[in-house]
Design a protein around this ligand. Structure first.
Ligand SMILES: [Zn+2]
Length: 92
């Protein structure tokens, strides 16, 4: 976990996404550091990652930004936690 990685790692079985250097590296395989499931892939930048949600309303984008570095098994669960922490409701 010492060498610096570029880009944004995106979880496969969870909502986790974060700077790739924060991913867990087991023999070159990147894992979500929380649930230890392999990542789906790495996109080159946060800007690029957010492009995928640029069409969505601002409240959804804010929600996605909030999920950075957080691992939930589903977006429904993430949305519940988001509401508890921010008082904001997000439509998925
Ligand atoms: Zn995870």
């Amino acid at each position: 976990m010492s060498k610096k990685r570029e880009g944004i790692a995106v979880g496969s079985k969870c909502t986790w996404w974060d700077d790739a250097q924060n991913a867990m590296d087991v023999g070159g395989v990147l894992l979500c550091p929380h649930c230890k499931e392999p990542v789906r892939g790495v996109v080159e930048s946060e800007e690029k990652f957010m492009q995928g949600v640029n069409e969505r309303p601002d409240d959804f984008k804010a929600f996605v930004k909030w999920t950075k570095g957080k691992c939930f098994t589903s977006f429904d669960k993430a949305a519940i936690s988001y509401r508890q922490h921010t008082g904001k409701q997000v439509r998925l």
